[in-house]
Design a protein around this ligand. Structure first.
Ligand code: SAH
Ligand code: SF4
Ligand code: F3S
Length: 440
């Protein structure tokens, strides 16, 4: 029996992959343990920005001493970061015994056995269509009440700043039957909220060419008995069609929450980013969404300091924040990723200008979110209380249908149950509430 720990970084796709890997290892007789006892430490890492990679790089170095002392623990690096930097990591750190990209997740359980038997294993190939799935549902989850389910792998969009198509490979939709069987199994396992995952969930099914689309899948998932909450991320504005919000409007269990990353408010920059929509087209989509779902929680992603971004382009992004009044925006300073088209564009922006712009959009958005959130004080929501709050004693948390974090006083018995919650106060990043009654 081998003992492992699994450290997960990056987006929900890595969390989902991590949950599946944990499930497979435990089914093979492995045991999850503490840092001190581990025979192997598995890093499931992210490559989206330089900062994400630095986190894992700097942690890897830490294992040198115990490795030379006790030849333990072994280290394995998986996920997007492994696909991009795996070979370099293996050369640099002798204690890294396995590197495996996200398209090799299905090979990992067997490969990890070989590692424990003394081999060094590299699972990085050049074929971006190859994909070996891990055929287990994510039963050993980070959270017992919520589960992620990837509905499509990879991405074919090649936004010029983005590493994802290089590390996750080509866009492939999973078959609806497989997804539905997996979700039914999770519901039987006690899951009350499913989040469907994909880099562009709304492009789901385009590769089937048989008319079965994302809205078809949403309708089928909504028909599953015993599943009260359905969410999904992320939606690409270029493929967002009205049938999606029509299905959502008919099925209240599909939460009215949409992440529609704008990335920039300037058409000139959107073109250089290869986003394939204009601000005008984006605006139309937002109005279709808001008309169909008046209570929608609308969130976005925004990059500042993309190569060639002038002050005028930047101000167009600030104006977009004011216009669309998002509930939340994931902001980032542009980080050049080697091998992507934007990394070699002229007019790279100075780091201090990027940081200044980042601070500006964060301040603008924080004020908007605070105003929106204050407007929710006094409202009541049915909320799944899904965990302890990260800080503060006897505080639990959940999310509104529109995906706002709500923190309230509660006990162990509240966790995993639905409650009627009244919102009592607001901050820019969360709401505070009071449990009025436990519903079920
Ligand atoms: N598929 C989603 C987003 C995936 S990546 C979409 O198309 O919107 C998550 C977010 O990371 C992106 O929305 C983008 O805002 C950010 N991001 C990706 N590459 C980046 C880079 N090189 N520098 C800074 N931010 C980046
Ligand atoms: Fe990256 Fe663009 Fe694909 Fe999103 S759509 S994952 S930003 S290439
Ligand atoms: Fe990171 Fe890979 Fe997700 S690069 S953001 S973990 S798809």
């Amino acid at each position: 029996m081998y003992r492992f720990i699994l450290k997960v970084y990056g987006c929900q796709m890595n969390v989902y992959d991590g949950d599946k890997l944990r499930t497979a290892l435990i089914r093979n007789g492995w045991q999850e343990t503490s840092e001190e006892e581990a025979d192997i430490v598995i890093f499931n890492g992210c490559s989206i920005r330089a900062k994400a990679e630095h986190k894992v790089w700097s942690e890897l170095g830490r294992y040198g001493e115990s490795w030379s002392d006790k030849k333990k623990p072994f280290v394995a690096v998986t996920g997007c970061i492994a696909q991009r930097l795996g070979s370099a990591m293996m050369t640099r750190f002798p204690w890294v015994r396995l590197v495996g990209g996200p398209r090799h997740i299905g090979d990992l359980p067997e490969a990890l056995e070989r590692v424990m038997a003394g081999e060094r294993v590299s699972l990085l190939d050049e074929d971006s269509r190859a994909f070996v799935d891990l055929a287990v549902p994510p039963i050993e989850r980070v959270n017992p009440w919520k589960a992620y389910v990837t509905i499509a792998h990879g991405c074919d969009n090649f936004c010029t700043y983005c590493i994802v198509p290089y590390v996750r490979g080509r866009f492939v939709s999973r078959f609806p039957e497989d997804i539905l069987v997996e979700i039914r199994g999770l519901v039987e396992d006690g899951v009350k909220e499913i989040t469907l995952l994909g880099q562009n969930v709304n492009s789901y099914g385009q590769d089937f060419k048989n008319g079965y689309t994302f809205s078809s899948l949403l309708r089928d998932v909504a028909a599953i008995d015993g599943l009260p909450l359905i969410r999904f991320v992320t939606s690409h504005p270029k493929d967002f069609t009205p049938d999606i919000v029509e299905v959502m409007a008919h099925h209240p269990k599909i939460c009215p929450s949409i992440n529609l990353p704008i990335q920039s408010g300037s058409d000139r920059i959107l073109k250089k980013m290869n986003r394939k929509y204009t601000l005008a087209k984006y605006r139309e989509t937002v109005s279709v969404i808001r008309n169909a779902l008046p209570e929608v929680g609308l969130t976005s992603d925004l990059i500042v300091g993309f190569p060639g971004e002038t002050e005028e382009d930047f101000q167009a992004s600030v104006a977009a924040l004011h216009e669309f009044r998002y509930d939340l925006v994931h902001t980032a300073a542009y980080s050049p990723r080697e091998g992507t088209a934007a990394s070699t564009m002229e007019d790279q922006i100075d780091q201090d200008v990027k940081m200044k712009r980042l601070n500006t959009v964060n301040a603008v958005q924080s004020e908007i979110a605070l105003q929106i959130n204050r407007g929710l004080v006094g409202k009541r929501y049915k909320i799944l209380i899904d965990d302890w709050a990260p800080k503060g004693e006897s505080l639990v948390q959940g999310r509104t249908p529109g995906d706002k974090v709500v923190i309230m006083e509660g006990t162990e018995e509240f966790i995993g149950r639905f409650a009627l919650v009244s919102i009592t106060s607001a901050e820019n990043w969360c709401l505070h509430g009071e449990v009025i009654s436990i519903i079920d």
